[in-house]
Ligand binder design. Structure first.
Ligand code: AMP
Ligand code: FE
Ligand code: FE
Ligand code: ZN
Length: 291
C-alpha cells in the first residue's frame, strides 16, 4: 500500500520519524511519504530506518507547505501544498521553509498571548517545550490546553478555542501558492494540493481555482483524504482527470494528535508512477530488502 502524506515529530505528528516508518510497515504500507509541515528535518532519521529494513519498502521524501491563494475578489484562502522529492538544498525553497517556520513561531506566540489574556492558564515556553525542535502548530497549543485541563482532547481544542473562527485565532504569513509551485519545481520536486476540499477547516478553492493551479504547474490532486466527503471525492476525481492531473490518496496521519490511521487512504501505483516521472530533485529511497 502507498500512503503519501504523513507527519512525524518534526512537525505536529507524535511518532518520531523512525517510529513512523516502523508503524507504516506494520500497517501494510510499502511506500511511505514523510511530509512534515514546512520542514525536511525528519528526512534523515526516516531514511536511516528505511535503509535498514530487510523487506521491500520505499521512502518518498516530501513536505507540506502552508500557502495562500488570492482570488479575483482579493479574498485570501489558505491551503496546503505537498512537495515531493525536491532538492532540500535548493536555496529559494529552503529560504521559504525557514520563513514559514518563523511565521509559525510568531503566530503561535500571538495565539498563546491571546489565550493567556483570555484567562487560559498556558504559556508560550510551555508550548515551545511541547513542540521541542518541531515546526510549531496549533496541535502543540492544543496539547498545552490539554495539560492545563482546559480540554480533555486535542480535537476539543480545535472545535472551539483553536478553530479558525475562534476569537483567539491568528493567521500566519503563508506563501503565495503560485510562487510555491514554482519553488518546488525549480528544486526538482512535484507539487500536489493537499486535502483541497477539507471544508471544515475553512474556505476552499473552487474548480476554477484548482484549474488555475494546475495550469501554473501543480501536477497532482489529493483526491482521497479522510476529510473529503464521498461526493467531493467523485467530483475531484473527475476534475483531476479532466485537468490531466494525477490523483493521490493519503491518510494525513499525525500519530495520536489525530484519530486517523496509517493507510486508511491509499494511492494507486499507476498514479505514483505519474508523480515520480515529474521529479529530479532527490530519489526515492529503497530499503536493503528491496529487490
Ligand atoms: P496549523 O498548521 O498551526 O494551522 O494547525 C493546523 C494543523 O492542525 C493541521 O496540520 C491539521 O492536521 C491539524 N488539525 C486540524 N484539525 C485537527 C483536529 N481536530 N485535531 C488534531 N489536529 C488537527
Ligand atoms: Fe498537521
Ligand atoms: Fe494539511
Ligand atoms: Zn498534513
Amino acid at each position: 500500500m502507498i500512503d503519501l502524506h504523513c507527519h512525524s515529530t518534526a512537525s505536529d505528528g507524535t511518532d518520531r520519524p523512525a517510529e513512523l516508518v516502523a508503524n507504516a510497515l506494520a500497517a501494510g504500507v510499502r511506500t511511505l511519504a514523510i511530509t512534515d509541515h514546512d520542514t525536511t528535518a525528519g528526512w534523515d532519521e526516516a531514511a536511516a530506518e528505511v535503509a535498514a529494513l530487510p523487506v521491500p519498502f520505499t521512502l518518498i521524501r516530501g513536505a507540506e507547505f502552508s500557502c495562500s491563494y488570492t482570488g479575483s475578489d482579493d479574498r485570501q484562502i489558505s491551503l496546503h501544498l505537498l512537495g515531493y522529492l525536491f532538492d532540500p538544498a535548493a536555496a529559494g525553497l529552503k529560504d521559504e521553509r525557514a520563513r514559514l517556520r518563523q511565521s509559525r513561531l510568531d503566530r503561535g506566540a500571538a495565539i498563546v498571548a491571546a489565550l493567556v489574556a483570555g484567562g487560559y492558564p498556558i504559556s508560550w515556553p510551555q508550548v515551545r517545550q511541547i513542540a521541542g525542535s518541531a515546526t510549531v502548530g496549533r496541535p502543540h497549543i492544543a496539547r498545552a490546553l490539554q495539560q492545563a485541563g482546559v480540554v480533555t482532547e486535542v480535537d476539543e481544542a480545535f472545535a472551539d478555542l483553536l478553530s479558525h473562527r475562534s476569537r483567539y485565532y491568528r493567521p500566519k504569513q503563508d506563501a503565495p501558492v503560485v510562487r510555491m509551485i514554482e519553488l518546488i519545481r525549480q528544486a526538482g520536486g512535484v507539487a500536489v494540493i493537499a486535502h483541497p476540499w477539507a471544508r471544515r477547516r475553512g474556505a476552499v478553492l473552487d474548480e476554477q481555482a484548482l484549474a488555475e493551479l494546475v495550469e501554473a504547474g501543480m501536477a497532482g490532486i489529493e483526491v482521497d483524504h479522510p476529510d473529503h466527503s464521498p461526493v467531493d471525492r467523485v467530483r475531484l476525481r473527475e476534475l483531476a482527470d479532466r485537468l490531466r492531473a494525477f490523483r493521490t490518496g493519503s491518510s494525513d496521519y499525525h500519530g495520536n494528535h489525530k484519530t486517523v490511521r496509517l493507510a486508511s487512504e491509499t494511492t494507486d501505483p499507476r498514479e505514483l508512477d505519474r508523480l515520480l516521472a515529474r521529479t529530479h530533485g532527490v530519489e526515492p529511497l529503497h530499503s536493503m530488502g528491496t529487490l
